[in-house]
Write a protein that binds this ligand. Structure first.
Ligand SMILES: Cc1ncc(COP(=O)(O)O)c(C=O)c1O
Length: 415
């Protein structure tokens, strides 16, 4: 197989070298060098709108959106102005600002199932709070989790077992996404102790083709929770405000009891939210939940401004239009070149793999050519579309992807 030589720029390489000493072994987590592919930069120097620049000054059309937080494009002027206005007053105060109440009211307005909101920072904060709330509400312990789903990097949900003890995962039981029988079986095995079911809006496990939810499965979860008194928890951290202007299962007509949000809700500022229905309010009132930075006002100002712009511009529809154009364009190029591709997921969070490419070697060839041509996509994770894309971005992206597909075809022939 023709692999493309690794060639991030000299500044990026020098930073990796220094990071390998000053950090445990370079950067870690989802931005670790081990997860990169040939030609991919590790370090970023600046970003604006639909573009970002790596440490060597090379410009990219951004189709990863910082792994989800960027919804309206980097440094959106309305969001930046709102943050600066708030920052001149107070960000991290002895108590929250009025803006927390404004934002809670707004989210309750925007998201159908929500009657109250509470805030935190990371998606993991929000998903973990949802589990605590379900247990506080029901007085039971077991939470059903989809096998292979990502809900954060805390011990209960970290995909890596190192440093995790069995107790961290006690009271979790697993089901298969879109397989209602497996949920019913797991619920039956934990009858009398079922506290909640956590589920993502679609199956977006890293490295696998994505799967949209079967409406019967989604409704089945709701019915099971209604029968057992368990709470339905929708992990909208990744998809929130990209699939719908509201919870991502509103288009299916399925309302969760709790939903977890982060990433895009403040267009790049650190904010997470748990939204809950009225019957969970008393549990939410009773638990102790806090963090040093959970009440920071700047991120809340960013979130309100993000919602303003999304609403004003019908931003969700804009993302869907760009996503559809991208999706159709990739299919067109693939057909023209006779390359089989699997395009899966939602148009606003699409993902490309190649049939049989289990180790993602062809995906890396594709992503490497895209990176060389100034387009940033990931071979092992779904991509993200922002409202900031332009016709020019789409032209650049699709031209790069056409060349990426040619490289995949050539690699496949010589492999
Ligand atoms: C679906 C989902 N849930 C939870 C999380 C955890 O969010 P965070 O990394 O902000 O803790 C992520 C992060 O990628 C996610 O995609």
């Amino acid at each position: 197989m023709t692999l493309i030589a690794a060639s991030s720029g000299p500044v990026d390489r020098a930073l990796r070298e220094r990071a390998s000493v000053a950090l445990p072994a370079g950067a870690y987590g989802h931005v670790t060098a081990d997860l990169l592919w040939p030609e991919a930069p590790q370090f970023v120097s600046r970003a604006e709108g639909s573009r970002f620049w790596d440490a060597d000054g090379k410009e990219y059309v951004d189709l990863m959106c910082s792994w989800g937080p960027i919804l309206l494009g980097h440094r959106h002027p309305v969001v930046e102005e709102a943050v600066q206005r708030q920052h001149r007053r107070v960000d991290c105060g002895n108590g929250p600002g009025a803006i927390m109440v404004d934002l809670a009211e707004r989210l309750v307005d925007v998201v159908d199932h929500a009657d109250w909101a509470m805030f935190a920072k990371n998606g993991s904060d929000a998903t973990t709070l949802c589990l605590t709330l379900a247990r506080a509400h029901t007085g039971r312990s077991t939470i059903l989790v989809a096998e292979g789903a990502y809900h954060g990097a805390l011990p209960w949900c970290n995909p890596n077992q190192l440093g995790v003890v069995a107790g961290d995962r006690a009271h979790l039981a697993y089901y298969r996404y879109n397989d209602l029988d497996s949920v019913v079986d797991a619920a039956r095995a934990n009858a009398g102790d079922l506290s909640g079911i956590i589920v993502s809006p679609f199956r977006h496990d890293a490295g696998f083709d994505q799967e949209l939810p079967d409406p019967v499965f989604a409704q089945g979860l709701r019915d099971l929770c209604d029968r057992t008194g368990a709470l339905l928890i929708l992990d909208d951290v990744r998809c929130g405000l990209r699939i719908a202007y509201g919870s991502s299962w509103e288009p299916l007509g399925v309302a969760p009891d709790l939903s977890a949000w982060s990433k895009g809700i403040a267009n790049g500022y650190a904010l997470a939210a748990v939204l809950g229905s009225e019957h969970v309010r008393s549990a939410a009132r009773s638990i102790f939940a806090t963090g040093s930075f959970w009440f920071s006002a700047d991120a809340m100002a960013a979130s309100l401004a993000t919602l303003d712009v999304l609403e004003r511009d019908d931003g969700v529809a804009v993302m869907h239009r760009w996503g559809r154009r991208l999706w159709d364009g990739i299919e067109h190029h693939a057909r023209q070149r006779g390359v089989a591709v699997n395009l899966t997921g939602h148009v606003a969070l699409p993902y490309v793999t190649f049939p049989g490419d289990l180790d993602h070697a062809l995906g890396e060839v594709f992503a490497a050519v895209c990176a060389r041509e100034g387009v940033y996509v990931h071979p092992r994770h779904n991509w993200f579309v922002s409202t900031a894309l332009t016709d020019e971005d789409l032209d650049i992206a699709l031209a790069a992807m056409g060349r990426g597909l040619e490289a995949v075809a050539a690699a496949g022939r010589h492999g």
